[in-house]
Write a protein that binds this ligand. Sequence first.
Ligand SMILES: Nc1ncnc2c1ncn2[C@@H]1O[C@H](COP(=O)(O)OP(=O)(O)OP(=O)(O)O)[C@@H](O)[C@H]1O
Ligand SMILES: [Mg+2]
Length: 308
Amino acid sequence: MVSPSDSDPAADALPDYRRQSPAVAARFAALRQRPVVLEIDRLGRQFAGEHGPVTALRDISLQIHRREFVCVIGPSGCGKSTFIRLLAGLDTPTSGRVLLDGKPVTGPGPDRGMVFQGYTLFPWLSVTRNVMFGLEMQGKAATEAERDALQWIDLVGLRKFAHAYPHQLSGGMKQRVAIARALAASPRILLMDEPFGALDAQTRAQMQAHLLEIWRNVDVTIFFITHDLDEAILLADRILVLKANPGEVQELIEVPVPRPRRLDQLTTPEFLATRRRLDELIHPKVAAHVASERLPIVRLTQLGDDVE
Ligand SMILES: Nc1ncnc2c1ncn2[C@@H]1O[C@H](COP(=O)(O)OP(=O)(O)OP(=O)(O)O)[C@@H](O)[C@H]1O
Ligand SMILES: [Mg+2]
């Protein structure tokens, strides 16, 4: 009989991704005791498509605990953005419901902070004024709003740029301002939809470290969508894996990598075991697919030699 170990002995030396060290198991036990901040109850969303209804999300149930970090991954089009828009109250479910601190979500509110991939700062306002904006909307006086804003700007390490304008900042810095602005309103939960998707690899790694540091210092729960499997493992307590058509829960994984997390954990057995499981869930047919599907590319080069 041929076992997987015959083809890939190194991979099989990895532990089961469900195995947790006593410290990690104790952390999850404590986490489950914390109050539920967000309750997602049989959530579904259908859209009217050209050829009939499209079920973007079906029957999603999940309870997220206070100060938990949940990442969501899944193939393109599986309903991740639809999901986060429902949590934000920017869209209405066709079935099920969302409860924040036990109260039904019926629209957007300051108890949910949002950070998306595109830079959403006001270009005509300075960093400080961008962060102050939501505070003033909540009715805070300008001096108080400015004092609070500067605290958040400190927290994301941008004090030197407090008077700069968005066009003077790098992509990573803009996203740090967006995080400061979202946190300034003291949300119960931070909703992040691929917030680092447009950043280069090095800046992205820095932002992951910054976000973990910020999360350690702030009483906030994080719901974070990403395409990047390593990013999900590095950041999350639990990873919700969705499948497409319709978007449904495929698996909910408790990440066995101990905290505090660091980039050098990317090669630990627990990390690699989780990575292998995510690969199995997300890319099961990639190899076969690549082999069977060729792009209809027209030959544009006049040079005779082939490159491969
Ligand atoms: N307003 C809408 N009207 C009709 N169909 C929609 C609408 N919004 C989303 N959909 C459909 O719902 C499905 C899920 O879309 P969604 O944008 O949530 O996916 P996603 O997982 O965020 O994708 P990506 O990874 O590419 O960002 C897709 O089939 C999409 O075409
Ligand atoms: Mg999306």
